[in-house]
Design a binder for this molecule. Structure first.
Ligand code: G6P
Ligand code: MG
Length: 220
């Protein structure tokens, strides 16, 4: 039976992808690196250091590990400053309703995000109150597609993976959920999250009613 839900943050609860893009673009311009929205798509759900390595490889840049860490920190400073503009109006359509609904029905809820800035994002949205457990980039060392972040969430909720549904918008996130033995709801296009147990184009469609209908045998 399903007793809990674990949510990715960026692209599921709110859309920080644009702010990540602007911050990486800012850094890339400084470095004279090429960086566009297509490359940015590859960074969805990917950790900060893995992201800068993708950008580095895209530019065939030769750069020391130490300098890479420094550049990733510079990008993060820009990104964190930009988070001040997020307000409770910035939930993705359907996300606030779903979180409210889950709390009302007594489900346990955890966050399972790769971001080390998730606390700040949740604060800006006034969303911390919906989560029993916060799993983020500071909770585990192996990032998605490894299942560690979701296993952390389930353990902290005192649930088994098969008792949890994971909501994810990233290919690596669905891989992580499946690798951990979770039920997976994909948010986004078929080519990105088509390997989820069920897929919706947006959070607005991924209501508790729809999910309960799909996993009917797993709900009382
Ligand atoms: C999320 C985003 C990624 C981002 C990662 C790390 O998974 O989808 O684009 O790189 O978090 O975020 P951070 O805030 O720690 O740099
Ligand atoms: Mg995401």
């Amino acid at each position: 039976m399903i007793k809990g839900f674990i949510f990715d943050l960026d692209g599921v609860i709110t859309d920080t992808a644009e702010l990540h893009f602007q911050a990486w673009k800012n850094l890339a311009n400084d470095m004279d690196w090429e960086f566009d929205r297509e490359v940015n798509e590859q960074l969805r759900g990917v950790s900060r250091m893995d992201s800068i390595n993708i950008i580095k490889e895209h530019n065939a840049a030769e750069i020391s590990e130490e300098k890479l860490v420094e550049l990733a920190t510079r990008k993060n400073d820009i990104y964190v400053d930009s988070l001040d503009q997020i307000t409770p109006k910035d939930y993705l359509p359907g996300a606030l309703e779903l979180l409210t609904h889950l709390k009302r029905e007594g489900f346990k809820v955890a966050l399972g995000s790769a971001s080390k800035n998730s606390t700040k994002v949740l604060q800006q949205l006034d969303a911390a109150k919906f989560f029993d457990v916060i799993g983020d980039g500071n909770s585990v060392s192996k990032s998605k597609p490894a299942p560690d972040i979701f296993l952390f969430g389930a353990k902290e909720l005192s649930l088994k993976p098969e008792e949890c549904i994971v909501y994810e918008d990233a290919e690596a996130g669905i891989d992580a959920a499946k690798a951990g033995g979770f039920h997976a709801v994909g948010i986004g296009p078929e080519e990105r999250v088509g390997h989820a147990d069920i897929r919706f184009d947006s959070m607005a469609e991924a209501t508790l009613f729809e999910v309960k209908s799909h996993f009917a045998s797993l709900f009382p």
